[in-house]
Write a protein that binds this ligand. Structure first.
Ligand code: ATR
Length: 276
């Protein structure tokens, strides 16, 4: 009898999630037969639903998305170093001994996508816009690749400072968006992690901050360039990228953690792009 390993993604809302499509494509590459569902939950029934899912002996792991990433971090037995810094988990791995490890693959999804796109991180001057969960989740992975500096700029200055204080380093600081006017040297890479793109808004950053030679990356994606990417293009930036590759990259890292197989992300990104 073929044993089919089970996975799911918890979230609310979750009907729109592309995770099952992505993981079925990975499984095909790996020659594995898996079952990957979407599970909607409420804050009240999330933990019972999670426990119930893992009561099935074939359940090997799950993804967790908004708004449960912090709640699940408290439920798992162990946290990876990245998940500790992020204070959030997007991947749960059931270990051989029956305990649960919580990890976050958003950061490695982002840096793998940047490297795939040929964007240099080591030695680069990087500006990260936003200091919410999305920024927190990628900090560690960016810093691990040794940029020359990382500046977190946020509408609410205090949150940027708090985030920077999590990983004390001379070349890593948190500032308010308005303080960017004081930055003299241009950035090599500007990453928008704010949720502004989702509502079609532009973070209020001075135009002088976006040099035409910079790479501009938006963690959001849509069927057309986000307002932030359109803004950068109007300012003459050639290298603009959206977050679809990060979405596939973080999923690939989860798949690897569960199965030991590293999927080829490029055909999956192309396939998703053709259906946006
Ligand atoms: P996520 O998990 O997507 O990061 P979040 O934790 O709610 O969501 O954080 C949203 C981030 O986007 C915050 O940094 C927020 O800035 P504030 O801390 O000042 O609220 C930022 N953000 C949202 N809308 C924005 C806008 N219109 N302009 C600038 N920043 C914005």
């Amino acid at each position: 009898m073929v044993i089919v390993n089970k996975y799911t993604v918890f979230g609310n809302p979750i009907a729109q999630s592309k995770s099952p499509t992505i993981h079925y494509m990975f499984a095909e590459q790996a020659n594995l037969i898996i079952e990957y569902d979407r599970t909607v939950a409420t804050p009240e029934n999330f933990i019972p639903a999670l426990t119930n899912f893992f009561n099935n002996a074939n359940a090997k792991g799950c993804n967790v998305t908004s708004p449960f990433k912090e709640q699940v971090a408290k439920w798992v037995n162990d946290l990876s170093a990245a998940a500790k810094i992020a204070g959030a988990v997007n991947t749960v791995i059931k270990k051989e001994d029956g305990t649960f490890l919580g990890d976050t693959t958003d950061g490695s999804g982002l840096v793998q996508d940047l490297l795939r796109l040929g964007v240099q991180i080591k030695g680069a001057r990087i500006l990260l816009l936003g200091a919410g969960g999305a920024a927190r989740g990628v900090l560690q992975s960016i810093l691990a690749l040794e940029p020359a500096c990382l500046i977190i700029a946020n509408r609410t200055e205090e949150k940027a400072k708090q985030l920077a204080s999590l990983v004390p380093r001379d070349n890593f600081v948190g500032v308010g968006l308005h303080q960017l006017l004081e930055v003299q040297q241009p950035f090599d890479l500007i990453i928008n992690s704010t949720s502004a793109s989702l509502t079609g808004e532009l973070p209020a950053i001075p135009e002088s901050v976006i040099s035409s030679s910079a790479c501009v990356y938006d963690m959001s994606y849509a069927d057309k360039p986000t307002v932030f990417l359109q803004h950068a293009q109007k300012l003459g930036v050639q290298d603009t990228f959206d977050g679809l590759g990060m979405l596939v990259g973080q999923a690939a890292e989860s798949f690897y953690l569960w199965t030991g197989f590293r999927p080829d992300v490029s055909p999956v990104i192309d396939e998703l792009k053709s259906h946006l």
